[in-house]
Design a binder for this molecule. Structure first.
Ligand SMILES: Cc1cc2nc3c(=O)[nH]c(=O)nc-3n(C[C@H](O)[C@H](O)[C@H](O)COP(=O)(O)OP(=O)(O)OC[C@H]3O[C@@H](n4cnc5c(N)ncnc54)[C@H](O)[C@@H]3O)c2cc1C
Length: 540
């Protein structure tokens, strides 16, 4: 017998979006929070720069809105931008009440016309994650299950029930025991974050395999703007550093990007120099590296005193030191790396998706805030405001409204056996990521995208077979999701015949102001990409 857990609200993910959603929803009913690794493992935990919010007396919502719209390159939804920007101060007050200790000064980052980034040194994410986890763990309405990875959604359509399609729960894998269990919930919140691992070089931790986007896509949800991947210009270049991020806030304090001879080069690309928006800086670095044949460029912050650097950037200072670079004395080698997904599951300001019973909050969602490019430090803000809105919406439509008590069929393993070919997973994992880096990276072209699509589709067919032949493991589930997200990125990029925001292609180097100002939306029929269960039940 398969175990099935009943809950009022199911939240998937324990970053800022999942934890905040759980905290607010805990006031309305029982919350089950599933997270696929240790609870603090999330992109949130690694966020450095901080949270953008209008706090200073010489700043205004209007300026923050305009900065966001400019970064978004014509694709932001202005009403969404206004709502999120103006919702910020209350959410910051709330975080403070929960014990987040923000520094008294405000940070400055690229694309912001004002200092408006609230930070806790350079470990803002860790500070927020710790405070929110403290709240969650002390809340008797919330149960957290670690090492539990959601495999797929269960929808009424998938169960063969008529009427409007609705999400009624999920199948999940306990990574420690290998057990697969069901969760039945009238409301499911996807807060699964990013998919940065789809690229060979990324600032994201290992959890970022795009699960939520792939899961929603397989269930037939519309996925928007996947071509807009933000590459962070400055990750530490060192074989052992695993793309450790050097926050934009360092450039905010005057650090310059320079070549191996110590010559600043950004002025040649943009009048804002090293503090130009990230896409411009990342492309300039890419060009500079290709032009000179060098493997990295350098960050020069030697004009700042050691005591300042230690106090303002304690973590970055210490990690650089650990790899043999002294911020106060040395040029620090940096390269760009995949950092943030502007696209995702199409969702409203309250996380509502096209499917009743399913919400998407945080980086997994595409709300219209970021458009074609995210303004630095707007993402934590978005998660805070949308999680709050979600709870307000659900308070008006209490748990169970429109939901049905369905029977969840037990998970079918068919004739699957334990894998003796794990090498296939490791190999395909590397192949997807290398292919995406080489062909679908910072600078794209029609030819490269075509090549990538052919390869990714071939890999997906192989992965699908592997998924059917062998008992599921977390590794194969992640690979399956990663490959699905890769295909979504390539297909979206192929649809955009212009360069805008984070999408730059050699074949269409200019923006198309007539045709380009619309979202790229991919929505496939659920049957076409359905998971193992349905294949095994012979319904496809
Ligand atoms: C190095 C770094 C620095 C950053 N700095 C900033 C910054 O200064 N300011 C800013 O605004 N943004 C920053 N960002 C971006 C920001 O951190 C993220 O956008 C934000 O934290 C996303 O929050 P989230 O809750 O949506 O996702 P996450 O925090 O990534 O949480 C996702 C959660 O979902 C879980 N999960 C995923 N898949 C499954 C599954 N199948 N089943 C169960 N659980 C699952 C994960 O384990 C994790 O707990 C930074 C990102 C990085 C990587």
């Amino acid at each position: 017998m398969m175990k099935t857990i009943d809950t009022d609200f199911l939240v998937v993910g324990s970053g800022i979006a999942g934890l905040m959603s759980a905290i607010h929803l805990g006031a309305q009913g029982r919350v089950l929070l599933l997270t696929k690794k240790a609870r603090a493992e999330s992109n949130t935990n690694y966020a450095q720069g901080g949270i953008a919010c209008v706090m200073a007396s010489d700043d205004s919502f209007e300026q923050h809105v305009q900065d966001t719209l400019v970064a978004g390159a014509g694709l932001c939804d202005e009403a969404v931008v206004r709502a999120i920007v103006s919702g910020g101060p209350d959410r910051i007050d709330e975080l403070r009440r929960m014990g987040v200790d923000f520094a008294p000064d405000l940070g400055r980052e690229g694309g912001h016309s004002q200092r408006r980034v609230l930070h806790a040194g350079d470990i803002t994410g860790r500070e927020v994650e710790t405070a929110l986890l403290r709240q969650v763990l002390h809340n008797p309405a919330i149960t957290v299950l670690e090492n539990c990875m959601v495999i797929d959604l269960i929808t009424t359509g998938w169960l063969g029930l008529g009427g409007e399609q609705r999400c009624v729960g999920v199948y999940a894998l306990n990574r420690e025991t290998g057990e697969i269990f069901g969760v039945r919930a009238p409301h499911t919140v996807l807060a699964t974050g990013s998919g940065g691992k789809v690229y060979l070089y990324t600032s994201n931790p290992d959890i970022a395999t795009g699960d939520g986007v792939a899961i929603a896509w397989r269930a037939g949800l519309p996925i928007a703007n996947m071509e807009f991947i933000q590459f962070h210009p400055t990750c530490l270049y060192h074989p052992q550093a695993k793309s450790f991020l050097i926050s934009e806030a360092v450039r905010g304090e005057g650090a310059q990007l320079v070549d191996a001879a110590g010559r600043p080069f950004m002025e040649g690309y943009d009048s804002r120099g090293s503090l130009a928006p990230r896409d411009i800086v990342a492309r300039a670095i890419d060009r500079e590296m290709k032009r000179t044949g060098s493997r990295c460029v350098y960050l020069d912050v030697r004009h700042k005193s050691r005591s300042f650097l230690r106090k303002r950037f304690p973590n970055i200072y210490a990690v650089c030191r650990q790899f043999g670079f002294d911020l106060a004395k040395d040029l620090v080698p940096v390269v760009p790396a995949a950092h943030y997904f502007c696209g995702g599951v199409q969702a409203g300001l309250d996380g509502a998706t096209a499917m009743p019973g399913l919400f998407a909050v945080g980086e997994v969602a595409c709300t219209g805030l970021h458009g074609a490019n995210r303004l630095a430090s707007n993402s934590l803000l978005e998660a805070l405001v949308c999680a709050w809105n979600l709870a307000r919406t659900l308070a008006d439509h209490p748990a169970g409204a429109g939901g049905r008590r369905v029977t969840i069929p037990p998970w079918q393993s068919g004739t699957a056996v334990p894998s003796d070919e794990a090498i296939v997973v490791a190999h395909n994992w590397n192949e997807v990521r290398t292919c995406m880096w080489d062909y679908v990276g910072i600078v794209r072209s029609d030819k490269r995208l075509e090549r990538a699509l052919r390869r990714i589709r071939m890999l997906r067919a192989e992965i699908r077979q592997y998924y059917l032949d062998y008992l599921v493991t977390a590794d194969v589930l992640e690979l399956r999701n990663l490959a699905a997200v890769a295909e979504l990125i390539v297909r979206s990029a192929r649809r955009r015949h212009e360069s805008r925001g984070l999408h730059y292609t050699l074949d269409f180097p200019e923006a198309d102001e007539r045709l380009g100002k619309r979202d790229t939306v991919i929505r496939d029929k659920p049957g076409e990409h359905i998971g193992r269960q349905r294949l095994l039940m012979g319904r496809e």
